[in-house]
Design a protein around this ligand. Structure first.
Ligand code: ATP
Length: 235
């Protein structure tokens, strides 16, 4: 569904992404793990058109998208949940969700997807008229995911959904990610919490300073000594 080939991204003179290739098959959860600053966010932002690549290609459903504008990439079915949520704090929960569907015209479909979001995150329904900025961290993460789902994406890009959340909430968010995948959404998940990410993913890529150093079946990688030492606290 998504094929990234020999991608290079720079910030001025800084070569942040160094010839990365990766693939996300339809129906899968693929995770990209790695330490702070490895380049995970940059890859997601380049896929969704927020950063531009210097060279390399990104194909989504066999169409090259690396030169397309972010809005057109979103219209093709790719939605990103950015790191740190970035919800619109002065707007209500409902308004944030409605914004997620701004490119859509199918009223009935939008209504159905809104119900689905409330079904997944009942807390959002309870707080529908509340200003988003007053929600807790976990609720803001739910809202950010809900907003992305309102675009009815084929591919959902999640940037560190567990960041700053209490362990119980992390569990809840990861169960929801798994559920969304089982209902048909393909997911590219960026995480520092390698343990959780590998537990729900099918495939994984390990990133170090802009390069992929390991990749393969997530369950196998979770058992590999290199991963265990570097990312799972040696356990
Ligand atoms: P984090 O989890 O901290 O977001 P990451 O793996 O997502 O880390 P990136 O944010 O993609 O990493 O950063 C990759 C590299 O690019 C880092 O060395 C970072 O300092 C650099 N970088 C990121 N954004 C910019 C920017 N706007 N300008 C200059 N350098 C940047």
């Amino acid at each position: 569904m998504l094929k990234v080939n020999d991608l290079n991204v720079y910030y001025g003179g800084i070569h942040a992404i160094k010839g990365i290739s990766l693939e996300v098959e339809e129906g899968q959860i693929v995770t990209l793990i790695g330490a702070n600053g490895a380049g995970k966010t940059t890859i997601l932002r380049t896929i969704s058109g927020l950063n531009k690549a210097k060279s390399g290609t990104i194909a989504f459903k066999n169409t090259e998208i690396q030169s397309m504008a972010a809005q057109n990439i979103m219209a093709m079915g790719i939605s990103q949940v950015p790191e740190g949520r970035r919800i619109f704090s002065a707007m209500t929960v409902l308004e944030n969700l409605q914004l997620g569907a701004y490119l859509r015209k199918d009223k009935a479909g939008i209504k159905k997807d809104m119900e689905r979001v409330f079904d997944k995150f009942p807390r959002l329904l309870e707080r529908i008229k509340q200003q988003a900025g007053t929600l807790s961290g976990g609720e803001q993460q739910m809202l950010a995911m809900g907003r992305a789902l309102m675009a009815r994406p084929k591919l959902l890009l999640l940037d560190e959904p567990s960041m700053g959340l209490a362990p119980l909430l992390v569990q809840a968010i990861f169960s929801t990610i798994k559920e969304l995948n089982q209902e048909g959404t393909t997911i590219l998940l960026v995480e520092q919490n390698a343990h959780m990410a590998l537990s729900i993913a099918h495939q994984a890529y390990v990133l170090e300073t802009g390069r992929i150093v390991l990749s393969g079946d997530a369950k196998e990688l979770a058992c590999s000594p290199e991963i265990s030492e570097a990312y799972l606290g040696g356990s």
